[in-house]
Design a protein around this ligand. Structure first.
Ligand code: TXA
Ligand code: MG
Length: 319
C-alpha cells in the first residue's frame, strides 16, 4: 500500500526523480508524473494499464506556463482560461514540436492543459520546474477516485505516495474543450457546466459521442464503468423487473426506503450529486446486490455530465 500524507516536498522530490505520485484535484485524484520525462510517463500508462492511444492531460499552475508548449492560443481559449482557471476545465491546444513528448499526447498534434484548483496541488505545481501529466488515478475503464483511499485500494501497490487533499469537491472529471480555429468544441462533459461555458462563448458544439477509435477515450462508451451491471430507466419500472432485495438503487433525490440505495442529492442539487456519484458507484460494488438500478438527472448543469457517465456505465454489460 502507498503512504498517504500531506508532504508536498516529498511529492516534489519523488516527481523530480521520475516517480509517480497521486495528487488531489477539485475534480478527481490524478496519477501524476513529470510530463517531460518519457520514462515517468510510460510508468503512468503501465500503472493504469492504459492503452497508449489515450492521451494524458498536462497540469500547469497557470496559462503563462502552458504558453511555453503551444503554438498559439485561440482568443476564446484565452478567455475561458482567464475566467475558469484554476478550475475543472481542460483546454486542448496545438502543441509546439519537440516540447511535450509524443507519448503524453499519443502522437497527436494537440495537448490538453488544465490548471487544477486544489491548494496542495497548486503549491506542488508551483514548486516544480516541469508540468505534470496526470490521468485520473484509477485502472483504465474504472470509475475515477475521489478520495486517497480509492487510489490506495486500486493503485496502492504501484505508487509510493498519495498526496492527501481530502475528498474532491467537484467529484467528476474536468470538462474538455478543443478548438476548430477559434471555435470551441466540447470533447467531454465534466465539472464545468455547458451553461457556464456558453455564457462566455455563445452556443458551442458538443462532440462527445464518437465510438470506435475515439479522439478522446473519455468518449469510449464503456468508460466510467463500476464493477456491477448498471440498468438505466425509471426506477419504479426497473423495480418491477429486478427484485428489490438484490438490486442497488441509485436515485437522484427520491427515497426508496431500500437498504441498498444511495440518494445522490436529497435536495435535488446536481453539484451535490456530482460530488457523491463515484463514491456511491463504488459503494454498490461492496453491497450484496447483483445489479445497480439508476435514473437520469434533468439534463441541465452538472446533470448533463452525470448523465453522460451513467449512460456510459450502462453501456457495459457486466452480467
Ligand atoms: O479532471 C480531470 O481532467 C482529471 C484530473 C486528474 O485532472 N483527469 C482526467 O484525465 O480525467 P483522464 O486521463 O482520465 O482523461 C483525460 C481525457 C482522455 O479521455 C483523453 O483522451 C483526453 O482527456 N485528452 C487528453 N489530451 C487530449 C488531446 N490532445 N485531444 C483530445 N483529447 C485529449
Ligand atoms: Mg480517466
Amino acid at each position: 500500500m502507498a503512504e498517504i500524507g500531506t508532504d508536498i516536498e516529498k511529492a516534489a522530490t519523488l516527481l523530480s526523480q521520475g516517480e509517480l505520485v497521486a495528487i488531489p484535484t477539485e475534480t478527481v485524484y490524478g496519477l501524476a508524473g513529470n510530463a517531460l520525462n518519457v520514462e515517468a510517463v510510460a510508468k503512468i500508462f503501465s500503472a493504469k494499464n492504459r492503452p497508449q492511444f489515450d492521451p494524458l492531460i498536462v497540469h500547469v499552475p497557470s496559462l503563462a506556463l502552458a504558453r511555453n508548449y503551444v503554438t498559439a492560443i485561440p482568443k476564446k481559449a484565452e478567455r475561458l482560461a482567464q475566467l475558469f482557471w484554476p478550475g475543472p476545465l481542460t483546454l486542448v491546444l496545438e502543441k509546439k514540436d519537440e516540447t511535450i513528448p509524443a507519448l503524453v499526447t499519443s502522437g497527436l498534434k494537440t495537448v490538453g492543459f488544465r490548471s487544477p484548483d486544489h491548494p496542495l496541488t497548486r503549491k506542488l505545481l508551483t514548486a516544480l520546474p516541469f508540468p505534470v501529466a496526470a490521468p485520473s488515478a484509477n485502472p483504465f475503464g474504472y470509475v475515477s477516485p475521489t478520495t486517497p483511499q480509492h487510489v490506495n485500494e486500486q493503485l496502492g501497490d504501484k505508487i509510493s505516495y498519495i498526496l492527501d487533499g481530502g475528498v474532491c469537491t467537484i467529484g467528476i472529471e474536468s470538462t474538455i474543450i478543443g478548438f476548430e480555429g477559434n471555435d470551441p468544441v466540447v470533447l467531454r462533459l465534466g465539472g464545468l457546466s455547458l451553461e457556464r461555458i456558453e455564457a462566455v462563448t455563445g452556443n458551442i458544439k458538443v462532440h462527445v459521442h464518437s465510438t470506435s477509435n475515439p479522439l478522446a477515450p473519455g468518449q469510449l462508451k464503456s468508460h466510467y464503468a463500476p464493477g456491477k451491471s448498471l440498468k438505466l430507466g425509471t426506477l419504479e419500472e426497473l423495480l418491477q423487473e429486478y427484485p428489490a432485495h438484490t438490486s442497488g438503487i441509485l436515485s437522484f433525490k427520491h427515497d426508496f426506503h431500500s437498504p441498498h440505495q444511495r440518494i445522490l442529492s436529497p435536495s435535488g442539487n446536481p453539484e451535490e450529486a456530482a460530488r457523491n456519484l463515484f463514491q456511491y458507484l463504488r459503494d454498490f460494488d461492496k453491497m450484496p446486490v447483483d445489479v445497480i438500478l439508476a435514473e437520469l438527472l434533468p439534463d441541465e448543469g452538472l446533470g448533463r455530465a452525470i448523465n453522460d457517465r451513467l449512460k456510459r456505465a450502462a453501456a457495459v454489460d457486466n452480467s
